[in-house]
Design a protein around this ligand. Structure first.
Ligand code: GLN
Length: 285
């Protein structure tokens, strides 16, 4: 008789299967997907190695495994990822928040303190799943926070995330440059994690990113700097004085972006992420 599909057997089988299909971090993927299937925490799997999966659990898990073998990112399969220590909903069509972007959020928080902005008027450009705006709303109660994205599906998802944390952000579906050209408002803080992948780097992106994440959130044009080039001339129209601009950049772009901000009359600094990559450019007016 065939041995039953216990947690241990399923895990071992899946790790081998993922390894054979070159799925990165095969054990981690297998554990996350199985824990999601069984609606338990990853560590709980180790307390129930002998548990036998029901037919329904097996078929659900099999579907997740197939998606992962096609290199769909784990967060899309789980429908959730962690940012700033909090779970956020994610879905295909909207960029998955990255740990590096926590540095962008931290930079805004620190600079606002330094500038003594207690209730800053903040605009988040290209908000995606809404994480930046939502964490800032939590950190600055009483601040006015607006966030825009060109994709309706992103704004819908961001609203869902904001409801989860009961924070108030003014969301809008809009093109960043149309918005900045037309608005009569001024902002103390402009923050953005824009699309910045350069054409030369496109082929090196892992299939998880290249084939599954939205191109509008990634593609920064030939050198990756299209967004910054369009943004910089509009800054003085919409930024208060004093004011703060905080931009995430690609691994080799921070100096060029800082230069653009310097030419626009801002005082700039560059911050490195936890991998020691120059990742965030800060400009103050
Ligand atoms: N950090 C993303 C990557 O993995 C790019 C995100 C962006 O373009 N803003 O390449």
């Amino acid at each position: 008789m065939q041995t039953p599909w216990t947690v241990l057997k399923v895990l071992n089988w899946t790790v081998d299967y993922f390894t054979a299909h070159q799925v990165p971090e095969p054990r981690l993927s297998a554990e996350l997907l199985l824990a999601h299937t069984l609606q338990c925490r990853r560590i709980d799997l180790y307390l129930q190695f002998d548990r036998i999966l029901s037919l329904q659990e097996r078929s659900r898990f099999r579907e997740y495994v197939q998606r992962r073998v096609r290199r769909e990112p784990v967060p899309y399969i789980l429908g959730e990822t962690e940012f700033y220590g909090l779970p956020f909903f994610v879905q295909p069509g909207v960029l998955i928040p990255r740990p590096e972007t926590e540095l962008l959020v931290d930079s805004v928080i620190e600079e606002c303190k330094r500038l003594d902005f207690k209730h800053p008027n903040i605009l988040d450009l290209g908000t995606g799943a809404g994480c930046i705006a939502i964490v800032l709303a939590q950190q600055f109660p009483g601040a006015r926070i607006q966030a825009i994205d060109i994709e309706k599906s992103a704004v819908e998802l961001a609203k869902k995330n904001a409801r989860r944390y009961r924070v108030h952000v003014e969301w809008q579906v809009a093109d960043a440059f149309d918005f900045l050209t037309q608005t009569s408002q001024r902002f103390q803080v402009l923050v953005s994690n824009p699309p910045y992948v350069a054409r030369k780097d496109w082929a090196q992106l892992p299939p998880e990113v290249r084939e599954h994440e939205p191109r509008t959130a990634l593609d920064g044009g030939s050198d990756g700097l299209d967004f910054y080039r369009k943004l910089v001339p509009l800054i003085n129209r919409v930024l208060t004085h004093p004011g703060l601009v905080a931009l995430e950049t690609g691994y080799d772009q921070a100096r060029r972006v800082a230069e653009m901000l310097t030419r626009a009359g801002l005082k700039t600094q560059i911050r490195k992420d936890y991998q020691q990559i120059e990742r965030v450019v800060i400009g103050t007016s």
